[in-house]
Design a protein. Structure first.
Lengths: 43, 502
C-alpha cells in the first residue's frame, strides 16, 4: 500500500476519517436506541 | 453484419457504428426520463415542505410513484445500458454482438417504460415504487415492468456476448479492463435481480388480471426486495466502474491494485442478495437471529468491498496527481486537482455523497437492532438519496461530460455553466439528503403527503427544529432541481446546437 509507486498518504488519512465517521455514527445510533428502548427488568 | 467503425481522434479507440447508435439512443432516453423524474421531484418536494404543501393528496402519491419509476428504473437503467455497450464494444475495440437484439432490448424497455408512465399518469397505479399487495395497480403497470425487465435482460445478454466476441476476435490484449470488469459485475447482478423480478411480477400481473386470487404479502416483499436491493447494487457496481473510468479520464489515474479491486467487485456479487434482508427488518416472518446474521454480519462482506473501492479510487487519483508534481504535504494533490472539470467535480461529489451520506448511514440504518429507530422515517429516504442521487446519478452525469464530446462529437454550448452544474446539483443534494435524515431522526415519516397530520383525530407535533430542517430540505431540493435542469437542458442544447467536433 505504501510502496514508492503507489504512495497515497493523503488517501490513507481520508479513509481513516471515513472509518471514524462510520464508528461515530454507529455509536450515536446505538446511544439513541438505548435512550428510547430500555432493556432490563425496569426496577 | 454492419462492421463499419470510426477511430476516435482523442482516445484512438475503435467505435463501431452499431454500438455508437445504441449508446446514443439509450443515453438520450435516460436524460429524457431524468427530466421527467426531476419535474416530479420538485412537485413532491414542494408538497412535503409543509410551508408550501403544493399538491393535493392523490397527485402527491401519483407523482411520487412516477418520480421513483422515472429515476430508479428508467433514467438509471437506460444509462446503464449505454454504459454496458460502452464498456464492452468501445473499451474492447470490438463490434457489438447481435445489434438487432440490442435494438429489440431498447424497444421493449421504452415500450415498457411508456406503459408504466401512462398507467401511472392515468391514475391506475397509485401503488408507489414497491407496489406492495394488497395495493393493486392496473395490469398494464405490471406488464410494463415485465417488458422493461425482459428488455434489460436482453441488453445484458448483448453485453456478455460482446465480451465473448471481443475475446474470440482478439480485439484486446490481456485481461478485461477494470471498468469492463466492474460493468460485468453489474450485469451479473442485473441477471440475478431481473430473475427475482420475473418471479414476483409475473404472478402479480396475473393477480391483477384476476387469474390468481391472492398474492401473499410477506412473500411478495421477500422476493421483491431480492430484486429491489440487488437493483441498487447494479447501480453501485456501474457507478464504481464509472469512478475508475472518470479517474483515468480526468487525471490519468491507473488502478493501484487490479487484483484487489476485482476481488471487491466479486464480493458485491456474492453478498448483496443476502444484504437485501435489511428491507425486511420489521417483517414478522423472519427471526431476529436470521435478521441479525444477515444485516449485522454478512452485509459487512459487501461493505468490505465498498471500503476497498473507497480507498482505491482516491488513492489512484492521488498517485496520478503526485506524478504530475503535486507532492507537497498530504493534500496538495487535492488542491491541484482539476476542479473546473465538471467530470472531476461530479466524481468527487459522487464519492463523498455515496460514501459519507449514503453508505455509512445505510450500513447503520440497515442493522437489525438500529433499524427500529429509522424504519419508515425520512432517515431512510435521506440515505438512498445520498447513494442513488448524490452518488450514482452524479457519477453518471460526470460521465456524460465525456460521452457527449467523444461519442456524440459535440462541444458543450456553455462550458462555464457545465463547470458550475455539479456544484449546484451536488450541494443541493447534500442538503436534501442530510436534512431528510436530520428530520427523520425526530420521527418525520416517509411517503406521507402531510407530515403535520392535519386531519388526524389526535394532535401530532414534532420538535420545532424540524421546521428548520424542512426549510433546508426545500431549499436544497430547489437547488438540486435547478442543477439537474441545467444538466438536462445543457445536454439537449449541446446535441442540437453544439459545435461539431472531428
Amino acid at each position: 500500500m505504501a510502496n514508492d509507486e503507489n504512495h497515497a498518504p493523503g488517501s490513507f488519512v481520508l479513509i481513516w476519517i471515513f472509518f471514524a465517521t462510520m464508528v461515530l455514527l454507529y455509536f450515536l445510533n446505538w446511544k439513541y436506541l438505548s435512550a428510547i428502548w430500555h432493556v432490563g427488568t425496569g426496577n | 453484419m454492419n462492421t463499419s467503425f470510426r477511430t476516435c481522434s482523442v482516445t484512438g479507440l475503435k467505435i463501431y457504428s452499431e454500438a455508437e447508435k445504441l449508446i446514443k439512443i439509450n443515453a438520450v432516453t435516460s436524460v429524457v426520463f431524468l427530466l421527467v423524474g426531476g419535474l416530479m421531484a420538485v412537485l413532491i418536494a414542494l408538497t412535503r415542505w409543509p410551508s408550501v404543501h403544493l399538491l393535493p393528496e392523490d397527485l402527491f402519491y401519483r407523482f411520487l410513484t412516477l418520480h421513483a419509476i422515472a429515476m430508479l428504473i428508467a433514467w438509471i437503467i437506460f444509462i446503464e445500458m449505454a454504459i454496458l455497450y460502452f464498456a464492452s464494444a468501445i473499451l474492447l475495440n470490438s463490434r457489438l454482438a447481435a445489434p438487432k437484439v440490442g435494438w429489440l432490448a431498447y424497444i421493449l424497455m421504452i415500450g415498457g417504460a411508456a406503459m408504466i408512465a401512462v398507467t401511472i399518469l392515468l391514475g391506475k397505479a397509485d401503488v408507489m415504487f414497491t407496489s406492495y399487495p394488497p395495493l393493486q395497480a392496473a395490469s398494464w403497470y405490471y406488464l410494463g415492468v415485465i417488458l422493461f425487465a425482459v428488455g434489460a435482460i436482453l441488453g445484458c445478454c448483448v453485453f456478455f456476448a460482446t465480451l465473448v466476441v471481443a475475446k474470440a476476435e482478439k480485439t484486446y490484449e490481456g485481461s478485461l479492463p477494470l471498468v469492463t470488469f466492474g460493468a460485468a459485475a453489474a450485469a451479473i447482478i442485473a441477471i440475478i435481480t431481473l430473475a427475482h423480478g420475473a418471479i414476483i411480477y409475473v404472478p402479480t400481473w396475473l393477480w391483477s388480471l384476476g387469474v390468481i386470487e391472492h398474492i401473499d404479502a410477506p412473500t411478495y416483499r421477500l422476493i421483491w426486495w431480492g430484486m429491489g436491493h440487488s437493483s441498487q447494487q447494479i447501480n453501485v457496481c456501474a457507478m464504481i466502474a464509472v469512478w475508475y473510468l472518470l479517474g483515468t479520464l480526468t487525471t490519468g489515474a491507473k488502478p493501484i491494485n487490479q487484483k484487489l479491486c476485482r476481488t471487491a467487485f466479486v464480493l458485491y456479487i456474492l453478498f448483496i442478495s443476502i444484504a437485501s434482508e435489511h428491507h425486511l427488518l420489521v417483517d414478522p416472518g423472519l427471526s431476529p437471529a436470521h435478521k441479525s446474521w444477515n444485516t449485522g454480519y454478512f452485509i459487512h462482506l459487501a461493505v468490505l468491498a465498498s471500503m476497498i473501492h473507497a480507498f482505491a479510487v482516491p488513492a489512484s487519483i492521488e498517485v496520478a496527481l503526485r506524478k504530475k508534481g503535486y507532492t507537497k504535504g498530504l493534500f496538495e494533490w487535492l488542491k491541484g486537482a482539476p476542479w473546473g472539470n465538471p467530470a472531476f467535480s461530479s466524481l468527487v461529489f459522487s464519492m463523498v455523497g455515496f460514501g459519507f451520506l449514503g453508505g455509512i448511514t445505510g450500513v447503520t440504518f440497515g442493522t437489525e437492532q438500529l433499524n427500529i429507530i429509522s424504519h419508515n422515517t425520512w432517515r431512510i429516504t435521506g440515505h438512498f438519496h445520498g447513494t442513488v442521487v448524490a452518488g450514482t446519478t452524479m457519477a453518471f452525469m460526470g460521465l456524460t461530460y465525456y460521452v457527449i464530446p467523444l461519442i456524440f462529437r459535440r462541444e458543450y454550448v456553455a462550458p462555464k455553466l457545465a463547470a458550475a452544474q455539479p456544484y449546484l446539483f451536488g450541494i443541493g443534494m447534500f442538503l436534501v439528503s442530510f436534512s431528510m435524515m436530520f428530520v427523520g431522526g425526530f420521527g418525520v415519516p416517509r411517503r406521507h403527503w402531510d407530515i403535520t397530520f392535519t386531519d388526524a383525530i389526535f394532535k401530532v407535533s414534532f420538535n420545532p427544529v424540524v421546521d428548520i430542517g424542512m426549510a433546508v430540505f426545500g431549499i436544497g431540493a430547489i437547488l438540486a432541481v435547478v442543477g439537474g435542469a441545467i444538466f438536462c437542458l445543457q445536454a439537449v442544447a449541446t446535441l442540437l446546437m453544439g459545435k461539431k467536433l472531428a
